[in-house]
Design a protein around this ligand. Structure first.
Ligand SMILES: [Zn+2]
Length: 242
């Protein structure tokens, strides 16, 4: 890891060009990832891991939090969705009145289970509507002046008690706004789709979660992540084991 010291993330990671602002509050494997993207007209959340509400409260005034209408989720692992419940609850307690869209990979049972349980507990008294958008192909979503293109990545999880791993529904996102674009790969092993999407982007946010070559089936090694990152104009490494 010594060779890669310069690339180790120090949170928060902040990137801004014109009025496009991107901030990774944190991204720590098995703990939490939380990201915000802002333009003049929009505020998006990307991967609402544990602590997202605390971080949003520090970042924004309550009326701005209530205006958030889009949450983009790369996959259902707990370190990427663990803050969703408290965020959804807070919005209702504060009387959000506009819909909230949740975009996530089709087949992601964590999001659908959280939604079902949340609806069961709070459904009758909820102040706003939650709309689920499972994404199953590379359809581009245009919302609030930002064009969001999901792309499939290759993320797996270890099967407990065995050496096997299974693929989990997982996507990355390309956010395009005013001739700028940001590529967020989510969690993934090295894969062609990420290589393509990261190339020439203004900012690539690339995970480097593998400790060694052996783990490269689940995550990217430093070497792989840096090689992909360097094809973008700028890059952040995230999801680096502490
Ligand atoms: Zn994961």
């Amino acid at each position: 890891m010594k060779d890669y010291k310069n690339y180790l993330p120090k949170y928060p990671l902040i990137w801004q060009k014109d009025d496009l602002y991107f901030k990774v509050f944190c991204s720590i494997p098995n703990v939490a990832t939380g990201i915000i993207l802002r333009t003049q007209n929009s505020i998006f959340i990307i991967d609402p891991g544990d602590g997202i509400l605390r971080d949003l409260k520090r970042e924004l005034k309550t009326p701005d939090i209530l205006k958030i209408s889009n949450v983009f989720i790369s996959h259902g692992h707990h370190d990427h969705v663990g803050g969703l419940w408290s965020f959804l609850t807070y919005l209702s307690v504060m009387n959000k009145s506009t819909p909230l869209n949740l975009y996530y990979p089709e087949g992601c049972i964590e999001i659908e289970s959280i939604f079902r349980a949340f609806n069961e507990v709070y459904g009758r008294e909820l102040s706003y509507e939650i709309c689920l958008f499972p994404l199953n192909k590379a359809e581009t979503i245009v919302t609030e002046g930002v064009s969001v293109k999901p792309f499939k990545v290759n993320h797996r999880e270890a099967v407990p008690g065995s050496k096997r791993s299974v693929e989990v529904p997982s996507i990355g996102f390309n956010f395009a706004y005013n001739k700028l674009n940001i590529c967020y790969g989510g969690d993934t092993a090295y894969c062609d789709s990420l290589v393509q999407m990261a190339k020439d982007s203004d900012l690539a946010v690339i995970e480097a979660g593998a400790l060694d070559e052996e783990e490269s089936e689940l995550h990217m090694t430093f070497k792989q992540a840096i090689s992909v990152g360097k094809t973008a104009k700028e890059f952040f490494l995230v999801h680096v084991p502490e």
